[in-house]
Design a protein around this ligand. Sequence first.
Ligand code: PGA
Length: 249
Amino acid sequence: MHVRRKLVAGNWKMNGSIAALQELSAIAAAARAASGVDVAICPPFTLIAPAAARSGGMAIGAQDCHWAASGAHTGNVSAAMLKEAGARLAIVGHSERRADEGEGDDLIRRKAEAVLATGLQAIVCVGETDEQRRSGRAIEVVTAQLAGSLPDPRGEAELVVAYEPVWAIGTGNVATPADIAEMHAAIRAHLLGRFGDAGGRIRILYGGSVKADNARELFAVADVDGALVGGASLTAAQFVPIVEAATGA
Ligand code: PGA
């Protein structure tokens, strides 16, 4: 039985500004005070360097990354560039990128490999749509995404999986603890089957409408090793209680 430290990561999506870094400073202060929990904020690319300068040691991450180290890829950013800007992790395969940018499992795996090869943590996102859950295929869909988009980790602690049901993101509809427990157990079984004992050290986050008032209940679910938080990560007032709920959970 592995003891996994909880990770609460905020995904600012296409929100934020230099002025909004006041919120980040307040979050960083709370993160320093919170013991036993890892905290990260993933702002847009343009804010990574100024956020890292103010984070006081709290991890700053990116929301995406290109698979190549450099080259003719207009508009893209490499893992090495993210690292130089001060990022310690990168999210890849978020459902908004899978949907908006047509990203598939193979591309996401290559991105995750680039992130890990650069020495950053990779948070690889998976999750089913409403229609897929209604048709009873949620576990099948997520398992296929894991098989296709997870790289072989170089050090297991560097790889994190985020289960984010698409229908729960930004909707206020949270998956039930029973459904989360079932899915996280399936993900854990996949990780153990693929990586052996090392699969027990990979953290599995839940994401999708995590808020201060549901965080404690979610963190109590078996195999929920933290959260990936969108809307509620934009302000310290909403995010800090989620971090506190993870402390000692
Ligand atoms: P949400 O977003 O917390 O606003 O639902 C979660 C995510 O997309 O990571």
